[in-house]
Design a binder for this molecule. Structure first.
Ligand SMILES: Nc1ncnc2c1ncn2[C@@H]1O[C@H](COP(=O)(O)OP(=O)(O)OP(=O)(O)O)[C@@H](O)[C@H]1O
Ligand SMILES: [Mg+2]
Length: 334
């Protein structure tokens, strides 16, 4: 896969600055995403990984201003192409055309009462101003490009009559229909078989390259992310614990959690190890407050400091690899 990025403008497509997300409780606020910051350049493909419940989807939904109620963004700001999303009003003018999301559950983004064809055509007539005939032609071609075998038939069907994998492909076709500047893909290929999965990733990759579409790919599958993205952000318990270029993260992880994630993926590390390793213990309950590092109870490098003081994310000027760890893994020279 070609990972080279030809970017004219260095202005980020999205800039997430110290964003926290919480859910109100009787006694106050349960903060489940804590002060997340990152930005994505045009055409850049960034992976967001972490165990279930680490806050990946909520981060994505915060960018889309679609945090499920009663959740709220408790602090921070998000800018899309330099414009604070707080200033965005209305729904359709930016969602879909500037940023599109393929949700983890495609049923939530498809209208069950409207035929698939009409749902895609609506995007194309509204955002791209296509005539009905052109929109129909383009819709069929989009459905074909995501690997649906009989697009003409799919156009006439309702979401409920499609399989989960087919619905996911329709959701992807709708998301890419207006060639958004940023595509947020939340586990977009989890329900697809391997052949369709690689077809869909190839399609997203070619649109990303040709139209400078940036992609935020959220996935449990580190192997998919490592293949598709140039940069990886690792989340644990609502925080970014490490970020950097794919090669650095995969070959020289600094955070023990990143290392453990990598060790639990087949074929990513050719270490000759015979068994995949699992991460001991389970992720903490979201919102639980730790005096030190929230990974410390599961970590094999814990020191006294890790238990008493929460590590902050480093920002290294001489490297793009940042990590929040008091006792990072030293780099072993090969
Ligand atoms: N609607 C909600 N109400 C209350 N808490 C929520 C809600 N949605 C998410 N959370 C909390 O926020 C945490 C992060 O959720 P999020 O959906 O972002 O996780 P995720 O990293 O996307 O997990 P997965 O890999 O399972 O999709 C969850 O552990 C959950 O406790
Ligand atoms: Mg999720």
């Amino acid at each position: 896969m070609n990972l080279e990025v030809d970017v004219n403008s260095s202005d980020p497509v999205v800039d997430v600055a110290s964003v926290s997300v919480g859910f109100p409780t009787r006694g106050g606020m349960d903060e489940v995403v804590h002060s997340i910051s990152f930005s994505i350049a045009p055409a850049e493909r960034v992976g967001l990984v972490g165990e279930s419940g680490s806050g990946k989807s909520l981060t994505a939904r915060a960018i889309m201003k679609l945090i499920p109620k009663p959740g709220v963004m408790t602090s921070g700001s998000i800018a899309i192409q330099g414009r604070n999303t707080e200033t965005f009003t209305g729904k359709k003018n930016w969602r879909g055309s500037e940023i599109a999301i393929v949700s983890q559950d495609p049923l939530t983004s498809l209208n069950p009462l409207v035929k698939i064809g009409l749902q895609i055509m609506e995007m194309l007539t509204y955002h791209k101003g296509l005539s009905k005939n052109d929109a129909e032609r383009e819709s069929i071609s989009l459905l074909k490009s995501v690997g649906l075998p009989n697009p003409e038939r799919t156009m006439k069907q309702y979401p409920n009559s499609l399989s989960g994998g087919m619905r996911q492909r329709v959701a992807i076709a709708i998301a890419i229909s207006c060639k958004p500047k940023l595509l947020i893909a939340d586990e977009p290929t989890t329900s697809l078989d391997v052949t369709i999965q690689s077809q869909v990733l190839d399609l997203m990759e070619s649109i990303s390259r040709e139209d400078k579409m940036a992609v935020l790919l959220i996935s449990h599958d580190l192997a998919v992310v490592a293949n598709f993205c140039s940069r990886i952000i690792v989340m644990y318990n609502g925080r970014i614990v490490e970020s950097g270029l794919v090669d650095d993260i995969v070959n020289h992880p600094k955070h023990p959690y990143t290392q453990a994630l990598i060790a639990s993926v087949p074929d990513l590390y050719d270490t000759g190890r015979e068994r995949l390793q699992t991460i001991p213990g389970s992720p903490p309950i979201a919102g639980r407050i730790f005096s030190g590092c929230s990974f410390a109870p599961r970590c094999n490098r814990t020191t006294e400091l890790c238990i008493t003081q929460s590590p902050t994310l480093s920002s290294n000027h001489d490297s793009s690899q940042n990590y929040a760890c008091h006792n990072p893994i030293p780099r072993v020279s090969s």
